[in-house]
Design a binder for this molecule. Structure first.
Ligand code: SF4
Ligand code: SF4
Length: 155
């Protein structure tokens, strides 16, 4: 028998939520969208140091920061190591609580990822901060940390 090739092809036309037949699950038509990233709320930035921290988040690959209903979130687009090639969970019966409590009710199956605000690069968040905040105070001069002269040993 020919082995199935992965990733498994999904039906070309995805049903909408209300087109599901009895006994079907949205997950049967999804490539595991919710297992391909995580996002976590972060403090709402108010000062330069807060924006500086976000600039650092965004300096990393596959991150973005978004605002939804006035809450700020850090999103990391990183696939869970337990997502199998057939889009099922390798540890389904022992999956973390956060996964067990997640349902298809409000999931991102048909989400178009529209956010109130989204920042994808350090430059974007810096520009935003510059538009909101007074000029950033210069960091204090660090003394004694300049390059030392090279001293050659006497011959
Ligand atoms: S819960 Fe939603 S996003 Fe996650 S796999 Fe199922 S349908 Fe896809
Ligand atoms: S543990 Fe399973 S359900 Fe949870 S994110 Fe990973 S693949 Fe998805």
């Amino acid at each position: 028998m020919k082995k199935p090739s992965f990733p498994l092809p999904l039906p070309v036309v995805k049903p909408t939520r209300d087109q599901l037949k009895p006994g079907e699950s949205l997950c049967d038509y999804c490539t595991g969208k919710c297992c391909r990233y995580f996002s976590t709320p972060i403090e709402t930035p108010t000062a330069w140091d807060d924006y500086d921290a976000i600039r650092w988040y965004l300096a990393h690959e596959l991150t973005l920061v978004y605002v939804h209903e006035e809450t700020w979130y850090l999103l990391v687009s990183s696939k869970c190591q337990y997502l199998l090639e057939d889009y099922r969970c390798a540890i389904y019966h022992d999956r973390p609580k956060i996964c067990r409590e997640y349902t298809t009710k409000d999931c991102e199956y048909d989400d178009d990822w529209s956010f109130d605000k989204v920042f994808e690069t350090p430059e974007q968040i810096w520009e935003y901060a510059e538009a909101l905040l007074p000029p950033r105070p210069k960091p204090p001069e660090r003394r004694g940390l300049g390059l030392l002269p090279i001293v050659t040993a006497p011959s």
